[in-house]
Design a protein around this ligand. Structure first.
Ligand code: SIN
Ligand code: FE
Length: 304
């Protein structure tokens, strides 16, 4: 993995080269975020530290529904309602700006980038008390329990909006290296759905059960990616012994990475904004590195 610093005017590099670097497992680093946060918005976001605020937890913005989740509407008096309204408009704009930036920066993906959730992360990451599979201070590759991607890639854009402190990550070797280290000996390769399995899934889907049980919507690929995420977090030897390096993202910076292939953990930092994109597998400029291609080559069959 390399951290590739993007100059303020990256004009003379072909955009395809940035896609290529990302798809090889590099992190693109922008010392001054190309998606700056207006001063008034920043002041509001950094003011969410009081625990009395309705907005002291990590909050997701869902652009397709233009809705927020994770907000405490329970005791929402007029003050809390105004706070929620303000955060909503800030995240709506952040999401739109991040999407605009990516569309202009990664032009080879045009029309094949889907806008997924954005989030505001006001919590201190150091010492959070979470169950093992939800801990973000353990190295992992991303997989969404409730939103299987069926081979689409998870590309994430971050802003460290803390006024003074860096956001401290540890990153490991890209997917191909670690998948080959552990599969199939310690973690089974994805198995294709049997004819019976496919029938059960399609009956369950037509009965609307896929909404309640997201696992029913997982392709063999998604099933593996979810198990791999859990396997890495629960593997103490991997956490302790894998090749890794630390990266500190300074205040005001942004970074971009395929977090489904770059093992990452956040050890410390507070206040970040993030926008997730789902990129069609068919848009890859170097598809041979993708988790789907790596797994299909290992399994010798299609997995979505
Ligand atoms: C994660 O995706 O694991 C969290 C990264 C962060 O919040 O910095
Ligand atoms: Fe993650």
């Amino acid at each position: 993995m390399s951290l590739v610093t993007i100059p303020p005017r990256p004009g003379d590099v072909a955009p395809e080269e940035w896609c290529r670097r990302l798809e090889a497992g590099d992190i693109l680093f922008f010392p001054d975020s190309p998606v700056p946060i207006p001063a008034g918005d920043l002041e509001f976001l950094l003011g969410r530290r009081q625990s009395g605020s309705a907005l002291h937890k990590n909050i997701a913005y869902k652009p397709d529904r233009d809705s927020l989740s994770g907000v405490d509407r329970g005791q929402a008096g007029p003050e809390a309602a105004a706070e929620i309204f303000r955060l909503h408009s800030i995240l709506r704009r952040y999401s739109r700006d991040a999407a605009g930036f990516l569309a202009s920066f990664l032009t080879p993906y045009e029309g094949r980038l889907r806008l997924d959730y954005a989030s505001f992360r006001p919590l201190e990451e150091q010492g959070r008390d979470l169950p093992p599979r939800r801990r973000n201070d353990l190295l992992h590759t991303d997989a969404f329990p409730t939103r299987p991607t069926r081979g689409a890639r998870i590309l994430r854009f971050f802003n460290n909006i803390h006024p003074e402190r860096s956001r401290d990550w540890v990153v490991g070797e890209p997917f191909e290296a670690i998948a080959k280290q552990f599969a199939p000996k310690q973690i089974a390769l994805p198995r294709p759905n049997t004819a019976l399995g496919r029938r059960v899934k399609s009956m369950a889907a037509s009965a609307g059960l896929g909404r309640v049980f997201p696992a029913l919507r997982r392709s063999p690929y998604d099933g593996f990616m979810m198990r791999f995420h859990n396997f890495l977090k629960e593997n103490a030897a991997f956490q302790a012994e894998c090749r890794k390096s630390s990266v500190r993202f300074p205040p005001g910076s942004s970074w971009l990475a395929y977090t489904d292939m770059v093992p990452h953990a956040v050890l410390a930092g507070q206040y970040a904004l993030e926008q997730t994109f789902l990129v069609d597998h068919a848009a890859m400029v170097a598809p041979e590195h993708s988790p789907l291609s790596v797994l299909e080559a290992m399994a010798g069959r299609a997995l979505t």
